[in-house]
Design a binder for this molecule. Structure first.
Ligand SMILES: Cc1ncc(COP(=O)(O)O)c(C=O)c1O
Length: 453
């Protein structure tokens, strides 16, 4: 595989890393002080351990976020192309959501009963995703976990299948990778005492023969997949892949679960709707309530009947599905406003045009400097990757990740008021991002690349 650093002057890159880190420290004394205070009472000095995975020497503290912008504790303004890694894909605090939750804030948060927003939200989900029956969760991780449980119960099959290099949240079952072709539990997963490889099969994305072979025994409840892999860098399906894969899945009596949590960037009904993938079940989390914690999962009428039957015939008691605050009134109000007023076709059209400008701009920089890098765009989501042609599976995508190089580029941009996702090189635009924001990002990316050559 191609070496990500090809064409770069690595000595200059390392010197740049040192100077950018120094610049970050000098620019952010208030964030530094807050990080020091945080270290006294938080594990790892941050509310979530992964907040240390950014390129910064210490966490940047956010004071306020609105639309495509946020201000840090030291008063710097940023244009946000990370957008909470999709949680704020439609901008921070979209006014319609802010108003809905402000209204709801005086009308109760949680009652273990449906609010007046529940039925309209489910109807809107059915309309836009083309699946008639819906349930709710607090996160996409939970939604995926619940779907796997329902589908195992409904099919009476214990195994599931995922694609090498996938991520579907903190769902233990899916932390199985191919290492030199051998299914292997992911080393990084903490505290897992069960042998996950017994019930989880893993194959490469875009490999139809491997999918066919893995499902042939007829013991796999479902395939859980992003329609485009996004969490190991983007990996697009090859032409005709999903058509053939769906046929294989159906022939072997398995079900297809599409996780649209990131690929909802493709359109109001997600990637599956745009590309004619007929999922048996579908999950969306993160931006569905404008960034308020909530997630949804839907299913076909045929699957819903099997799921309801499984529950009806199970002994009374805890099902393992559900958390007390799921489908709370606050989340429902946020989802209703977000779905009806924010995640609109017009918003998507605007984002698509801007993302295309961004992708073109990045490609222009790469071409100008003759770098063996490429750019992939999936709706409002764009990514540059350190390889001349996009990877076709998780193994290839993994091979071109270079967190050291990523961190240098990310920190360079951050010090110039531009935030991109800390994992690989993903950029999102939202309805409040402007063409000028995109131009600034492209210009800063160009200057960064120049400094690396
Ligand atoms: C495709 C996909 N599914 C599910 C999740 C889990 O989302 P959450 O962390 O909000 O539970 C993620 C998180 O990045 C994701 O990318």
């Amino acid at each position: 595989m191609h070496t990500p650093r090809t064409g770069l002057n690595w000595q200059r890159a390392q010197a740049l890393a040192v100077s950018e880190r120094a610049s970050y420290v000098a620019r952010n004394p208030i964030s530094a002080g807050l990080a020091q205070q945080a270290g006294q009472h938080m594990l790892f000095g941050v509310p979530m351990h992964w907040m240390n995975d950014w390129s910064t020497p210490f966490a940047l503290t956010v004071a306020e976020a609105n639309g495509a912008r946020f201000r840090d504790a030291d008063g710097h303004e940023y244009t946000d192309f990370c957008l909470g890694d999709t949680g704020a894909m439609f901008g921070h605090a979209p006014p319609a959501v802010a108003q809905a939750i402000a209204r709801q804030s005086a009308r109760g948060y949680t009652a273990m009963l449906p609010s007046e927003d529940a039925a309209p939200v489910a109807a809107e989900l059915a309309r836009r995703f083309g699946l008639p029956y819906w349930q709710f969760a607090l996160s996409a991780s939970d939604a995926n976990r619940f779907v796997l449980r329902w589908l195992r119960a409904a099919t009476g099959r214990s195994k599931i299948l995922v694609f090498n290099g996938c991520y579907h949240g903190t769902v233990d079952d899916v932390f199985v990778d191919l290492v030199d072709g051998v299914p292997t539990q992911r080393d990084s997963l903490l505290g897992q005492v069960y042998t996950l490889t017994e019930q989880t099969l893993v194959v490469e994305f875009n490999d139809l023969a491997a999918l066919e072979a893995a499902l042939a025994k007829g013991d796999v409840a479902c395939v859980l997949a992003e329609p485009v892999m996004t969490n190991i860098g983007m990996v697009l399906p090859q032409p005709g892949y999903w058509e053939a894969a769906q046929d294989i899945i159906r022939r072997h009596g398995s079900l297809l679960v599409i996780d649209e949590t990131h690929t909802i960037s493709s359109g109001p009904g997600g990637y599956a709707r745009v590309h004619g993938i007929a999922a048996d079940a579908l999950v969306v989390g993160k931006p569905v309530g404008g960034g308020i914690p909530c997630a949804v999962y839907g299913m076909t009428a045929a699957l819903a009947a099997r799921v309801e039957q499984a529950k009806r015939t199970a002994p009374a008691g805890h099902s393992g599905v559900g958390t007390t605050l799921s489908a709370n009134m606050f989340a429902m109000a946020a989802m209703r406003a977000n779905l009806e007023q924010v995640m609109t076709p017009a918003a998507y059209d605007y984002m698509f045009a801007l993302a295309a400008q961004l992708a073109d701009g990045l490609r222009g920089v790469i071409a100008r400097h003759g770098l063996p890098w490429c750019v992939t765009q999936v709706g409002a989501r764009t990514e540059f990757q350190f390889c001349p042609v996009p990877p076709v599976n998780g193994t290839q995508a993994q091979a071109i990740l270079d967190s050291e190089l990523e961190h240098i580029i990310h920190l360079y941009l951050l010090n110039r008021g531009l935030l991109i996702t800390p994992f690989h090189n993903m950029l999102l635009v939202c309805p409040s991002t402007t063409a000028d924001d995109v131009q600034r990002l492209v210009a800063a990316f160009g200057e960064c690349v120049q400094a690396l050559l």
